[in-house]
Each structure stands twice: as structure tokens, then as C-alpha cells.
Ligand binder design. Sequence first.
Ligand code: AMP
Length: 147
Amino acid sequence: MSLHAQTAAYDPDNIFAKILRGELPCEKVYEDAHCLAFMDIMPRSDGHVLVIPKSPARNMIDIDAQALAAMMAGVQKVARAVHSGMEADGLTIQQFSEPAGGQVVFHLHFHVIPRWNGMPMRSHTGTMENRDLLADYAGRIKAALGH
Ligand code: AMP
């Protein structure tokens, strides 16, 4: 018996794989040897960032444990910068695996969503954000990262 039920194979033509290869643009906030972080184009709150591993993984189910561990330092670094750069009261970190779990793009990603007391999150993949605003939020987060 396998450790987990079968999932579909990784598709190297998914949107985030194309961003990693530079074939599609993104509003980048952070990059290291293991991960890339950029602004979500349909943010659930102002300053919503996605952190993705550089290694090909569909989601939490198939990623190699070492690759996951290697990217998590980046997730925390970005989370701290989102928290301070956006002057947020807190954070919501989300990860969806497989369609049943709410996943839409099939390259593993962690959502880092700044939260403010009493302010609900907007809907998932709701409204496309203005590009200048995304650049402004990215600037605040990069400044908090010291870039
Ligand atoms: P999910 O797979 O359910 O975690 O959702 C995918 C997320 O990726 C959503 O929050 C989308 O707004 C976001 N997204 C989709 N395409 C892009 C893109 N080209 N650049 C940045 N974020 C994206």
C-alpha cells in the first residue's frame, strides 16, 4: 500500500513554472536558492504574497521533504516582511492541495496574507488588482526585507 493516494503528475507548463522560467511576468518580492515570492494578482487582502519552491512540486502531497524544509525559511522571511512592511496586525498562511482542497494552480505555493483586526479577507481568486498598487505593496515588503 502506498503512503498516499495517487495525484496527477507535475505539469511543467503550469503558470507558476512559467513564472519561474521567466516566460511570464510577476511582481517579485524575494528570491533565494530554494524559493521565489511574488504578489498574488487577485489578492485576498492588500499585500498578499505567494511563495513557491524552485523545485517542481505539484503540492504538499508530492513535494520532497528536504525541498519543503529548504523553502520554509523563505516563507517565514517573507511572512515577517509582509507583517512589518504592510503594518499588519497578523497573518493568515494558506496552502491548498488538489482541486478538492481548493487548489487552482498546480505548482506548490504558500499564500502569505496580511490581516488587520476586524477586516475580513476578500474571496479567493476574486478581483484582479491594479498593477501600480501591486508594485507599491511589493515595494513596502521589499523595503522590510532590506532590498
Ligand atoms: P490556489 O491554487 O487555489 O492556491 O490559487 C492560486 C492563486 O494564484 C490565486 O490566489 C490566484 O489569484 C493566484 N494567481 C493566479 N495566477 C497568478 C499570476 N499569474 N500571478 C500571481 N498570482 C496568480
